[in-house]
Design a protein around this ligand. Structure first.
Ligand code: PLP
Length: 448
């Protein structure tokens, strides 16, 4: 057999060896340090090597990957990871990826793999239902929020909305997408609570982006009022990359009221539905907007499958060949039911509320924002201290040194804030207790 051909027995052997490494990794996650980036440069330099002419045995490479390459990192799968926007990474999705990778079906268009494509259509239809969209709606799964944002902008631009209106707190992928799509950006003023002012949007037709939870502060723009303000004038886009999936919960539904009036919505399943990195979702109220923007023909492709039930994903986004993305979402949703996801998201809301209340009660803490959902921001400001920015940074660094939780900050209006974002399905009450204890200690002695 040619060496590149793997027999069934060899595959089974590779999977068994891999599982023998991954099973203890999963089981020991709560005990693992939440960050371990020391020696990262040295490790990276060691990997700058020429491509080998001949092969290295799998067992050696597996050991290198799992014992050296992966562990030198922020442990984004840890329950203590409260930085940036967590998610955790459901291993079920990785199993789905294994199946789609080994079977290697083509899902850029519908015809070559109707079943697999339909799993993607199914999860998109489910998500459209969650946000309150009707049967005309549709969407596409992308590599993440950034590509979904770009696709939304292009769809809006093709309908004549050629400017972008948003606040300075919008995720930077919006500025990037605007640059790629060649759309000028107008920054709309915010109110005293860092929310977009619906009365301050300009008149030239454009895409208005509301944040359903900003990355820096977690605050939600006034979605229903913005929808009123956009009616008949602007394309209304809701960036729900961080917070959109909370529509599954009752409290989230209240915080995001009016989201169903948006022309397009970004959800990031690799955040709010806990998937491993690699899946964003763009939902549009009127599916034909995507088709108008992205449809293109080629004589070597089969006839398109137009219609309500079956979709060619190449007509709904910029890609043709693409990873099969539906199954990694379909499998965990089918295995657990959406109720398990709703419960997990509800738990995150409870944990963030508890954490924010207890952090606010620590000495010298000034709460800057929230939690509107599961993210809040704070500063350490002892009266008379000359450098609140520096002190807040030092406190965060001290907390992170303890390696039970990992926090990151952001600069808002020139001031540095610490943030806590609770969104991993693995984060539970014990980790919030650790956060509060470590923060209290760090505030008492920021130098260690
Ligand atoms: C609010 C918000 N929008 C968009 C994005 C971009 O998403 P992605 O990283 O999936 O491209 C992020 C990422 O953190 C985000 O927090």
């Amino acid at each position: 057999m040619h060496p590149l051909e793997l027999s069934g027995a060899d595959l089974r052997d590779m999977l068994r060896r891999t599982a023998d490494k991954l099973a203890p990794f999963l089981d020991s996650l709560p005990q693992q340090p939440v960050s371990n980036t020391e020696g990262g440069r040295k490790l990276a330099r060691r990997l700058m090597e020429p491509c080998p002419e001949t092969g290295v045995p799998f067992s050696r490479l597996l050991a290198q990957i799992t014992d050296q390459i992966v562990p030198t990192s922020l442990n984004t799968a840890s329950p203590g990871y409260l930085a940036f926007i967590p998610g955790g990474g459901l291993p079920h999705a990785a199993v789905a990826d294994l199946i789609t990778g080994v079977t290697n079906r083509f899902t850029g268009i519908w015809m070559p793999a109707p079943g697999l494509v339909q799993t993607e259509i199914a999860v998109l239809r489910w998500m459209c239902g969650w946000v309150g969209y009707g049967s005309e709606a549709g969407g596409t799964l992308t590599s993440g929020g950034s590509l979904a944002t770009l696709s939304a902008f292009v769809a809006a631009r093709e309908r004549g909305f050629r400017r972008v209106y948003t606040t300075e707190l919008v995720h930077h992928c919006a500025a990037k997408a605007a640059r790629i799509a060649d759309m000028p950006v107008t920054i709309v003023p915010m109110d005293s609570e860092h929310r977009m002012r619906p009365d301050a949007i300009g008149d030239e037709p454009g895409v208005v982006i509301a944040s359903a939870g900003t990355t820096a502060l977690g605050n939600v723009d006034p979605i229903a009022e913005l929808a009123d303000s956009c009616e008949g004038r602007h394309w209304f886009h809701v960036d729900g990359a961080y917070g959109g999936c909370f529509v599954l919960t009752e409290r989230g539904r209240r915080a995001l009221a009016g989201i169903e009036r948006a022309d397009s919505i970004l959800l990031d399943p690799h955040k709010g539905l806990f998937l491993p990195y690699g899946t964003g979702a763009l939902l549009v109220k009127d599916r034909s907007a995507l088709r108008e923007a992205f449809r293109s023909e080629a004589s070597y492709l089969p006839d398109p499958v137009d219609g309500d039930d079956f979709w060619d994903f190449t007509d709904l986004g910029p890609e043709l060949s693409r990873p099969t993305r539906g199954l990694r979402l379909w499998l965990p949703l089918k295995m657990h039911g959406v109720g398990a996801f709703r419960d997990a998201l509800d738990e995150k809301l409870d944990l963030a509320e508890d954490a924010a209340r207890r952090v606010a009660a620590l000495p010298h803490v000034r709460m800057v924002a929230g939690p509107d959902l599961s993210l809040f921001a704070f500063r350490i400001e002892p009266p008379g201290h000359p450098d609140h920015d520096g002190l807040t940074r030092r406190v965060l660094a001290r907390v992170n040194q303890k390696q039970r939780v990992f926090l990151t900050g952001a600069t808002v209006g020139g001031a540095f804030v610490g943030r806590v974002c609770v969104l991993s399905f693995r984060t539970h009450q014990d980790r919030i207790d650790a956060l509060v204890a470590d923060l209290a200690e760090a505030i008492a002695d920021p130098r260690g």
